[in-house]
Ligand binder design. Structure first.
Ligand code: SAM
Length: 258
């Protein structure tokens, strides 16, 4: 399912978890005044705008995202040193080789279909000494939302529809392999342990839907989605307490230097 204006606006209202994860990644990247930054998978651009305030008018920040709906929202906050384009991680041909100080990839890499090509593109556009920062769900840890999705989609009638899109959460060893193949040998990978809170299953599902641009239902047809969503709500209800849901998550945070 393609993104929609409603999901894009919903994400802008609900992206506090990703914003905090982005701040954690930013701290490790030492971005300074005058830097040229590329935000890959920038969504509606609010973290991108925060980065623009760090680099100041002598620097520049460009955000790209394949969702024209999210780029339309981002363009509302564009400034002379903050611009946005529709584009994908796998094709950064808009950007010259050796031109970027920091490639910033927050809560996005697991949605990138060709992760190997994207990593090589990050390495190509970075200046020597430039850094790429990637933060996203860890393939070494299975969070409750993945267990619930796998459980519900393994049932009839959903199981006959093959999963046609991500997320593909990478294990540490898989990220290491992609970095090796892209020639990014200097790197540090740490785990950022977070707790995602939601008042109930419906709120959690809304967060998952807006964060994934509607890709939380594997390959099942649109008309079966409401039914699958109800079954997911039943599973969330089992782990909901009076305080709501507190879901443990592990993010892998990678900083590699060219
Ligand atoms: C959860 S949002 C994260 C947005 C933003 N980085 C943030 O931290 O709030 C994931 C974003 O990845 C984008 N995305 C999906 N596939 C992509 C690709 N191949 N290249 C770049 N971005 C992609 C989606 O359109 C979406 O905006």
């Amino acid at each position: 399912m393609a993104d929609t204006e409603e999901l894009a606006k919903g994400y802008t209202a609900l992206n506090g978890t990703q914003y905090d994860a982005g701040k954690f990644l930013l701290k490790r990247l030492n971005i300074t005044t005058g830097n040229n930054i590329l935000d890959v998978g920038c969504g509606p651009g609010d973290i991108t705008a925060h980065i623009a305030s760090i680099v100041g008018p002598s620097g520049s920040v460009v955000g790209i995202d394949p969702s024209k709906e999210r780029i339309a929202l981002a363009n509302e906050i564009a400034t002379p040193n903050l611009s946005f384009y529709v584009g994908r991680a796998e094709d950064l041909s808009r950007f010259e080789s050796n031109s970027i100080d920091v490639v910033f990839v927050n809560s996005t890499f697991h949605w990138v279909e060709d992760q190997a090509t994207a990593m090589k593109e990050f390495a190509r556009v970075l200046k020597s000494g430039g850094r790429v920062g990637i933060s996203g769900g860890s393939g070494d840890f299975e969070a409750a939302h993945e267990k619930i999705k796998a459980d519900v989609l393994s049932r009839e009638p959903y199981r006959k529809y093959p999963i046609t899109s991500g997320p593909k959460f990478l294990k540490r060893s898989e990220i290491e392999g992609l970095l090796d193949a892209a020639g990014l040998e200097k790197r540090e990978i740490v785990v950022n342990t977070i707790v995602k809170e939601a008042k109930d299953g419906a709120a959690m599902i809304e967060w998952l839907d807006t964060s994934s641009s509607g890709k939380t239902y594997g390959g099942i047809p649109l008309d079966l989605r409401p039914q699958a969503r109800e079954e997911m709500k039943v599973e969330w209800a089992r782990i909901t307490t009076e305080e709501g849901i507190k879901m443990d998550m592990e993010l892998l945070v990678t900083v590699a230097t060219k």
